[in-house]
Design a protein around this ligand. Structure first.
Ligand code: GLN
Length: 483
C-alpha cells in the first residue's frame, strides 16, 4: 500500500516509530495532488513551500520526542478558513487576492499541533450549495466518478481525503456541508455541536447555523482532527466553555444497550431504493451489535428545509453586506460610492445573489413576520422535536442524503432541486445537536451511501463511538476509488 492510500492513524504510527517522516508524507501528498488533482480539482490552491517548511519543523519536534495526534500530518482546509498570508477566497471572485493577516482559531490550533497544511480546498461560494458547482473557480469532481459531484459545500475537502490528497481536512457545515460530501465520497465527516469549535477567522455564511467540521477516511481519523481543533475561544462569543474530551479514547466499539431512534418521517415513499436498503441494513447491523432500535417521530421534518432556507438566507444577506470592496478583496471602479459598490458586488455569483435577495426579502418590513419571524417559530418547534426524541433515545439514525452523488450539471438549473439534497441534514443545524456521516454501502452505479448518526448537544463521543462500532463491523470504509 502506498503512503497516500493509508489512513491518518496508520501513517501516524509510522511517524512515531520512525518508519517515515513528515517531509516524506508531505512530498507523497503533494505528488498525489500533482498526479490526480488536475482531474478531481479539490484544491483551489496549494501551499507547497509552506507545507514543506511545516513538515521539517514537525520532524524536528518528533525528533525531540514530542507526540501529539496531528503532529506531522498533511491536511487540507476549506477555502473559507483564514490562514495567515495565504489567499482565502470563500470560493468567490469578491475575495480574489484576499490574504488574511491572521490565522483562524482552527488554523492556529492545527499549526500549534504541528499539522502540515497543504492547501485550501474548493467550496461553493460562501458555502452556499450542495455540490461544489457554485465555486467561482472550479467544479470539483467526485473521485468515484469524475462526471459526478462530490457533494457540497465542502466538496473539495471531502474529495481530497477520499482520493489520498490529505489525511484529514476541515470543512464547515451550515446545513449539511460536511455530512453530505462525506456521504457522497465514502468517508467520515462530523459536524460537532454548535459552539464546540470556535469560528473566529472563518468567513461567515449564516452565523446561527455555521460550525466547523472534520473529515477523515475513518472515524478515528475524523476524531483525531476534531480533538485538535475543538475548544473554547473568547474571540467567538458562541464558543462553549467546556473541556474537550479525548475523542479517540471514546472509541471502544461497545454499543450494547444503546437506544437508536429511527424517525418515521425520514423514510418516505419515493426515496432512492438503494439508499433505503443500505441504511436499513446498517440499522440492522447496529441491532446485531447490541443496540435497541426504536421508532420515533420528528414531526416537524417536513418544515425543516423551508425553515432552514429562510433563516440561512436572512443571515447571509446580513453577513454578506460587508463585502463593499473597501475592507476586503478587489474593488470595482465607479464614479461614486453607489456605482463602486454596485460594480464590486456584481462579483458575487448568481447563487449568492439569489440568496441575498431572498434573505433581504424575508427580513424586509411587511414580510418579516410572515417569513423570517415564522421561520424562527418553526425552528423552536424543530428544537422541541429533537429534545423529545432525545428523551427516548441516545442516537438518531437516518440516511445522510436522499440520493447518491448526481451528475455535474444535473441540478444547477433548478435551485429547489439542489436545496432538496439537504433534506436530511438541515434539521440538525437548526437544533442544538451534533451529527456525522459514515460509509454504509454503494448504489447500483457503485456510488457511496452514507449513514447519518445524530446526537444531542455535546454527544460527539457517543455518535463517534456508534459510528466506530459500525465501521469495525463493516468494510465499506476500506473501499477506495480507483483513481
Ligand atoms: N446546501 C446548504 C446550503 O446551501 C448547506 C450549505 C452548508 O452547510 N454550508 O445552504
Amino acid at each position: 500500500m502506498s503512503l497516500t492510500e493509508k489512513t491518518l492513524t496508520q501513517v501516524r504510527d509510522q511517524l512515531r516509530s520512525g518508519d517515515t517522516t513528515s517531509v516524506a508524507l508531505t512530498e507523497a501528498i503533494l505528488s498525489r495532488i500533482d498526479a490526480v488533482d488536475g482531474d478531481v480539482k479539490s484544491y483551489v490552491r496549494t501551499t507547497d513551500e509552506l507545507a514543506l517548511e511545516q513538515a521539517k519543523a514537525a520532524d524536528e519536534r518528533i525528533a525531540r520526542g514530542e507526540s501529539s495526534p496531528m503532529l506531522g500530518i498533511p491536511v487540507g482546509i476549506k477555502d473559507l478558513i483564514c490562514a495567515d498570508g495565504v489567499e482565502t477566497t470563500a470560493g468567490s471572485k469578491i475575495l480574489e487576492g484576499f490574504k488574511p493577516p491572521y490565522n483562524a482559531f482552527v488554523t492556529e490550533k492545527l499549526k500549534a499541533a504541528g499539522a502540515v497544511i497543504v492547501g485550501m480546498t474548493n467550496t461553493d461560494e460562501f458555502g452556499m450549495g450542495s455540490s461544489t458547482e457554485h465555486s467561482a473557480y472550479q467544479t470539483t469532481s467526485n473521485p468515484w466518478d469524475l462526471t459526478r459531484v462530490p457533494g457540497g459545500s465542502s466538496g473539495g475537502s471531502a474529495a481530497a481525503v477520499a482520493s489520498g490528497m490529505a489525511y484529514a481536512s476541515l470543512g464547515t457545515d451550515t446545513g449539511g456541508s460536511v455530512r453530505t460530501p462525506a456521504s457522497f465520497c465514502n468517508i467520515v465527516g462530523i459536524r460537532p455541536t454548535y459552539g464546540r469549535v470556535s469560528r473566529w477567522g472563518v468567513i461567515a455564511y449564516a452565523s446561527s447555523l455555521d460550525q466547523i467540521g472534520t473529515f477523515g477516511r475513518t472515524v478515528q481519523d475524523a476524531a483525531a482532527m476534531l480533538g485538535t481543533v475543538a475548544g473554547h475561544d473568547p474571540r467567538d462569543s458562541t464558543s462553549l466553555q467546556r473541556p474537550v474530551p479525548d475523542y479517540e479514547a471514546a472509541l471502544t466499539g461497545d454499543i450494547k444497550g444503546l437506544k437508536v431512534g429511527i424517525p418515521k418521517q425520514y423514510f418516505i415513499d419515493g426515496m432512492d431504493a438503494d439508499t433505503e436498503a443500505a441504511v436499513r441494513a446498517a440499522i440492522d447491523k447496529l441491532a446485531d451489535l447490541g443496540a435497541e432500535i426504536i421508532e420515533i417521530d420528528l414531526n416537524m421534518a417536513d418544515y425543516a428545509l423551508a425553515t432552514y432556507y429562510l433563516i440561512a438566507t436572512s443571515e447571509a444577506s446580513s453577513n454578506l453586506a460587508r463585502y463593499d470592496g473597501v475592507r476586503y478583496g478587489p474593488r470595482g471602479s465607479g464614479r461614486d460610492v453607489t456605482e463602486t459598490t454596485m460594480k464590486t458586488r456584481a462579483k458575487f455569483g448568481d447563487e449568492v445573489k439569489n440568496r441575498i435577495m431572498l434573505g433581504t426579502f424575508a427580513l424586509s418590513s411587511g414580510y418579516y413576520d410572515a417569513y423570517y419571524g415564522k421561520a424562527l417559530k418553526a425552528r423552536t418547534l424543530i428544537i422541541r422535536d429533537f429534545e423529545k426524541a432525545f428523551e427516548q433515545v441516545d442516537v438518531i439514525a437516518t440516511p445522510t442524503a436522499p440520493d447518491t452523488a448526481f451528475k455535474i450539471g444535473d441540478k444547477t438549473t433548478d435551485p429547489l432541486e439542489m436545496y432538496l439534497s439537504d433534506i436530511y441534514t438541515v434539521s440538525l443545524n437548526l437544533s442544538a445537536g451534533c451529527g456525522l456521516s459514515v460509509p454504509c454501502g454503494f448504489d447500483r452505479d457503485n456510488m457511496p451511501i452514507g449513514l447519518q448518526l445524530m446526537g444531542n448537544t455535546l454527544q460527539e463521543e457517543l455518535i463517534l463511538n456508534t459510528a466506530f462500532a459500525y465501521e469495525q463491523a463493516t468494510d465499506w470504509h476500506k473501499q477506495r476509488p480507483s483513481l
